[in-house]
Design a protein around this ligand. Structure first.
Ligand code: NAP
Ligand code: MG
Length: 401
């Protein structure tokens, strides 16, 4: 069989534990037999990050900027236990944090919907995608315990030393106080990423905040979104037949519960953190959720939304059978291959990505699935397969398409 050629390499970021095992199986069974796969390989496995003092993560992110499309395996974010387990030189930052800081942009999380895995919300017929702003607010806060009576103030000192002050509170007794910030530049690129993604997906974009209460802070987000929309996207949205809609966050939550889905929901950092966990569990499983980082210049990094599935890995190491769901990792590859195909004008590559996704979903719809899905499916008599059997079942379908 003739393998599909590629023009530009994908940036391939390998990772850790069970997902590293999945990564290899997916390449060997579902990609290499069909594609003349070209990648620039970066090993983000924790051991190699340690050997390179984490330089490999920085190099990989820069390569993603250079080539435009990357695919990433889940990686360990070191904590104290990992320091001992891997004898690390230091407690490195989260690779996703490092990559996001270099690439900038917005994280889009989209559930993979399939017959037999029904959302808990009956009205949802189409996926709902969360677009999470990945900078600032409470994640970069400065906070303080107030020990007793006193005055808390916000002070801004400009470049010339001129001070502007606002009273936060005249404390009569103990309490707490917190300061947060965000940047016009970051909010603007967040807005652009959301509008571009909505155009790509041909779905309406919602953005919600609490500007009735936070008139200046959340008001700034609302204003920037509206300006970017009016100046850069309004006509494109009209042409594509999609809409931009701003509302209050509590109203958005109420409406989402009654919507049919098929929406991109842009959220501020904290809202996005909370809402993406709500949506992924309401849609079924973290293993059925794709995640892509889109930077404001249209560079893409695809990954699965879940972690390295440590518990399954230790079973695997002991030679026990595992039934780890590879779907989100497969879809990270197909997302990246499709995008590469679109950018390079290699139609065969994009349509292979479509086929592989279809083969994956058809396998599940035929009743063959991993344990996490077998537990929650509405299909009768599901067949629980182990990791390898499931990937081989997908390959069988793929070969006959
Ligand atoms: P996790 O890998 O997401 O797994 C948590 C649990 O969710 C698993 O034990 C498993 O439940 C279930 N699960 C997740 N993905 C699954 C899949 N593909 N198939 C079947 N079940 C799946 O989180 P973790 O084990 O708490 O974290 C492990 C490591 O991942 C940590 O070191 C963390 O730093 C890292 N992490 C990385 C990323 C990333 O790179 N994007 C994101 C999050 C976490 P059962 O055990 O009940 O089967
Ligand atoms: Mg969270």
């Amino acid at each position: 069989m003739n393998r599909i050629p590629m023009k530009t390499p994908l940036v391939e970021m390998d990772g850790d534990e069970m997902t590293r095992i999945l990564w290899k199986m997916i390449k060997e069974e579902l990609l290499l037999p069909f594609i003349d796969l070209r990648t620039e390989y970066y090993d983000l496995g924790l051991k190699h990050r340690d050997e390179t003092d984490d330089q490999v993560t920085v190099d990989a992110a820069n390569a993603a900027l250079k080539y435009g499309v990357a695919v990433k395996c889940a990686t360990i974010t070191p904590n104290a236990a990992r320091m001992d387990e891997y004898h690390l030189k230091k407690m490195y930052r989260s690779p996703n944090g490092t990559i996001r800081a270099i690439m900038d942009g917005t994280v889009f999380r989209r559930p993979i919907t399939v017959k037999g895995i029904e959302p808990n919300v009956r009205t949802w017929k189409k996926p709902i995608t969360i677009a999470r702003h990945a900078y600032g607010d409470v994640y970069r806060n400065v906070e303080m315990v107030v020990p007793g009576p006193g005055r808390a103030e916000l002070v801004f000192t400009d470049e010339n030393g001129h001070e502007t002050r606002k009273l936060i509170h005249e404390f009569q007794g103990p309490g707490v106080v917190q300061g947060m910030h965000n940047l016009d530049k970051s909010i603007t690129s967040f807005a652009r990423s959301c509008f571009s993604y909505a155009l790509d997906a041909k779905e309406d974009l919602w953005f919600a905040s609490k500007d009735t209460i936070s008139k200046q802070y959340d008001g700034r987000f609302k204003e920037i979104f509206q300006t970017v929309f009016d100046n850069e996207y309004k006509e494109k949205f009209e042409k594509a037949g999609i809409a931009y809609f701003y509302t209050l966050i509590d109203d958005a939550v109420a409406r989402i519960m009654k919507s049919q889905g098929g929406i991109i929901w842009a959220c501020k950092n904290y809202d996005g953190d909370v809402m993406s966990d709500m949506l992924s569990s309401a849609f079924g499983s973290l293993a059925m959720m794709t995640s892509v980082l889109v930077n404001p210049d249209g560079k893409y990094e695809y990954e699965a939304a879940h972690g390295t599935v440590q518990r399954h890995y230790y079973k695997y190491l002991k030679g026990e059978e595992t039934s780890t769901n590879p779907v989100a990792t497969i879809f990270a590859w197909t997302g990246a291959l499709r995008k590469r195909g679109q950018l390079d004008g290699t139609e065969a590559l994009s349509s292979f990505a479509d086929k592989l996704e279809k083969a994956t979903l058809s396998t599940i719809e035929s009743g063959k699935m991993t344990g996490d899905l077998a537990r929650i499916t509405t299909l009768e008599n599901p067949q629980k397969l182990n990791t390898e059997e499931f990937i081989k079942a997908i390959r069988m379908l793929l070969e006959n398409m």
